[in-house]
Design a protein around this ligand. Structure first.
Ligand code: AP5
Length: 215
């Protein structure tokens, strides 16, 4: 069974590549960013607390995120194997994940894939990202535009621009990534399960490299 972690800065393509993996391997994607955006939309207490951090491009506190993940992992669909997208982002989250998988699910992480993309490209990718509020499909105004400007190919819904995809917020998110989340490369580096992948080619080419790792 595959339980993989996607590490990588904002806009590296973690969500885009997860869609290919779900199609081919039938895994469940758990994106803490998506779970948080849903909580914000539903105006839950967690959503209200998280929104302040998300709007500033800061990490939501570990205690909230770890609780959120524990609840999500209790769902039976996780037995199919999981893509962890955007989690863990701190050493404390990584340690908590190891413990949850071992103690609650009697399993472990099988691969950690780190997508590498230069900062200038990441800013362009995030500023140009648009997504469908209904089905979550992700587009880019230049690299992956919808067939008809501004609306989802699948359902015709008007595409949205994420609040935290403004250039100043993205720069904060990148700073947080370099100062905190990138330390996870050291945490996983000697595990024998860690691979860095160049994420700068077109999405299909990046996926070819990922498929080689997943087998
Ligand atoms: P989250 O939603 O996780 O955002 P992120 O990690 O910053 O990642 P993104 O969703 O921005 O990018 P992605 O790598 O998925 O790129 P995508 O495939 O969409 O987190 C948001 C916030 O929530 C955080 O800032 C934080 O506040 C909070 N949070 C979440 N998890 C947390 C945690 N664990 N702990 C604490 N706080 C947490 O691609 C981007 C764009 O580029 C798209 O338009 C796409 O079409 C395009 N694109 C993709 N690949 C390519 C390619 N190869 N070539 C050209 N264009 C491409």
């Amino acid at each position: 069974m595959i339980n993989m972690i996607f590490l990588g800065p904002p806009g590296a393509g973690k969500g885009t590549q997860s869609a290919y993996i779900i199609r081919d391997y039938g895994l469940v994607q758990i994106s803490t960013g998506d779970l948080l955006r849903q909580a914000v939309k539903d105006q839950t207490p967690l959503g209200k607390e998280a929104k302040v951090y998300m709007d500033a491009g800061q990490l939501v506190p570990d205690s909230l995120i770890i609780g959120l993940m524990k609840d999500r992992l209790a769902s039976p669909d996780c037995a199919k194997g999981v893509i962890f997208d955007g989690f863990p982002r701190t050493i404390a989250q990584a340690e908590a994940l190891d413990a949850m998988l071992k103690n609650d699910l009697k399993t472990e992480i099988t691969q950690i894939i780190s997508l590498n993309v230069a900062d200038e490209l990441l800013v362009e990718r995030a500023v140009g990202r648009r997504s469908c509020p209904k089905d979550g499909k992700v587009y880019h105004i230049k690299y992956n535009p919808p067939k008809v400007g501004g609306v989802c190919d699948l359902c015709g819904t008007t595409l949205a621009h994420r609040d935290d995809d403004r250039e100043d917020t993205i720069k904060n998110r990148l700073k947080v990534y370099h100062e905190t989340t990138s330390l996870l490369k050291g945490y996983y580096g000697n595990s024998g399960k860690f691979t860095e992948v160049d994420g700068e080619g077109n999405p299909d080419d990046v996926y070819v490299k990922i498929k080689r790792i997943l087998g």
